[in-house]
Design a protein around this ligand. Structure first.
Ligand code: SF4
Length: 389
C-alpha cells in the first residue's frame, strides 16, 4: 500500500455541533426565508450565496461585503459547516479519496479522479445502499439513511477546500465534472440529490454545468424520466448483464425493473441524441458476463439507443465473489462492441492502492471470516426480499 494519510493536511471548520444551523445545502428560496426570519433583508441571501458557493467562505468574518453587525448577527445563528475528514488518502496515480463523517457520526466516501483534460469528483448519495449489486462492496452494507442535500453538496465543497479551488477558474478546473456514482442509488434519494445538484449547477456559485454532471443509476425505471426532465443531467446506467437471468442475480433490482423496461426508459430519456448519449457501465467479471456471445447480445440490446459503453475491469475487494476478466477477454469483448459502432473505452482502474472503488474504504483491512460471510449473505437476502417484496 503506497497510499499516504493526509488527514491533517488542511484545516477544517467546526461542524454545526455547536447547535448553529448549517447554511450549506439550503436553496436560494430557503436562504432568503432564513434572512427574513432573523430580521435581515432578502438580498443578504444573494450576498451569502456568492460567499458560500463562489468563494468557499466558511467564516462570516471574511464576508466583507456584509457590514460587521450583519456578520455578527449571522454568526450567532448560523454556520457554514463541512463534514469531518476521517481519512484523506492519495493514490500514486493522483486519485484522492476522503472518508467523511457527518454530524450524526455516519460516514460516506468521495473520490477525486484527475485526468489530463478533466477532474471528476465521485459523490455519494446514501449511507450504505438499498440495493445489493453483487460486484459492489457497498451492496454488502445495510442502508443506514439517505444523505440530505447539505451532505451531498458538502462533499463538493470539501473537495474544493482540499484541492484549493476557491474560486474555481472558468477553465482547467481540478473539479470540472461530477458523477453521482459513489455510495448509494441516487434515484432512491431523488429529492435530496435534485436539490443538491441544482445548487451545484447554479451559475453564481459552484457553477458546474449539467453537461458535466452524470447521474448513475442501477435502473430505477420510474424515476429516470423525471430526472431527465427536471435536471437534464447525463445519465449512466449500470447494466453489467445482457439477460434477465444473469442480471437478476448480479443486480437484483432487475427482478423489479427487468431489462425490457429499463431499455425502454433509456430510449425515452429526455434530451437523448447522438451528441448526448447514455453511458452504459459494464463491469467485466471473469467467466460470468465477458464472453463474445455476451458482447454480441449487448450490441443487440442497445439497438436504437445513442450509447457509449464503459468497460470496467472488476476491482476486487476482500471477500468479493468474482474475479476480474482477463485482458484478452476484455479486448475481444471491446472489439466486438466497437466494431458495431459503439465507443467502448476500457476504464483504467484508478486508485487501487487506496481502495478507491465504491464503499471499500471502511473495511480496507478486514479479512472476512465464515461468520462475516454468513452475516453478509443475511444482509443481502433481507435487502433483496425488501426490494422485490
Ligand atoms: S452499485 Fe450502486 S446501487 Fe448497486 S449496490 Fe453498489 S452503491 Fe448500491
Amino acid at each position: 500500500m503506497s497510499a499516504s494519510n493526509h488527514a491533517a493536511a488542511f484545516a477544517l471548520p467546526a461542524t454545526d455541533a455547536d447547535g448553529r444551523k448549517n447554511l450549506v445545502g439550503l436553496s436560494r428560496d430557503e436562504l432568503e426565508a432564513e434572512m427574513l426570519s432573523i430580521g435581515l433583508e432578502k438580498f443578504r441571501a444573494r450576498q451569502l450565496w456568492h460567499w458560500i458557493y463562489h468563494r468557499g467562505a466558511t467564516d462570516f468574518t471574511v464576508m466583507t461585503t456584509l457590514a460587521k453587525p450583519v456578520r455578527e448577527k449571522l454568526a450567532e445563528t448560523y454556520a457554514v459547516a463541512r463534514p469531518t475528514v476521517v481519512r484523506d488518502l492519495k493514490s500514486v496515480d493522483g486519485t484522492r479519496k476522503w472518508l467523511l463523517r457527518m454530524p450524526d457520526g455516519q460516514e460516506v466516501e468521495s473520490v477525486h479522479i484527475p485526468e489530463e483534460d478533466r477532474g471528476t469528483l465521485c459523490v455519494s448519495s446514501q449511507v450504505g445502499c438499498t440495493l445489493t449489486c453483487r460486484f459492489c462492496h457497498t451492496g454488502t452494507q445495510r442502508l443506514v439513511r439517505n444523505l440530505d442535500a447539505s451532505e451531498i453538496v458538502a462533499q463538493v465543497m470539501l473537495a474544493r477546500d482540499a484541492l484549493g479551488e476557491w474560486p474555481a477558474p472558468p477553465d482547467g478546473r481540478m473539479i470540472s465534472n461530477i458523477v453521482m456514482m459513489g455510495m448509494g442509488e441516487p434515484l432512491f434519494n431523488y429529492e435530496n440529490v435534485a436539490k443538491a445538484l441544482k445548487i451545484v449547477m447554479d451559475g453564481d456559485g459552484v457553477s458546474i454545468s449539467k453537461r458535466r454532471i452524470t447521474l448513475s443509476t442501477s435502473g430505477v425505471v420510474p424515476a429516470m424520466k423525471r430526472c431527465g426532465e427536471e435536471l437534464n443531467v447525463n445519465l449512466a446506467v449500470s447494466l453489467h448483464a445482457v439477460t434477465d437471468e444473469l442480471r437478476d442475480i448480479i443486480m437484483p433490482i432487475n427482478r423489479k425493473y427487468p431489462l425490457k423496461e429499463l431499455m425502454d426508459a433509456c430510449r425515452n430519456y429526455p434530451g437523448l441524441n447522438n451528441a448526448r448519449r447514455i453511458t452504459f457501465e459494464y463491469v467485466m467479471l471473469k467467466g460470468i458476463n465477458d464472453s463474445p456471445a455476451d458482447a454480441r447480445a449487448l450490441v443487440k440490446l442497445l439497438d436504437g439507443i445513442p450509447s457509449k459503453i464503459n468497460l470496467i475491469p472488476f476491482n476486487p475487494w476482500p471477500g468479493a465473489p468474482y474475479e476480474r476478466s482477463t485482458d484478452k477477454a476484455i479486448q475481444v469483448f471491446g472489439d466486438i462492441v466497437n466494431n458495431a459502432g459503439y465507443a467502448s473505452p476500457v476504464r483504467t482502474t484508478r486508485g487501487e492502492d487506496i481502495m478507491a472503488a465504491c464503499g471499500q474504504l471502511k473495511s480496507a483491512s478486514v479479512r472476512l471470516s465464515a461468520a462475516d460471510r454468513a452475516a453478509i449473505e443475511k444482509v443481502l437476502a433481507e435487502k433483496d426480499a425488501a426490494l422485490v417484496g
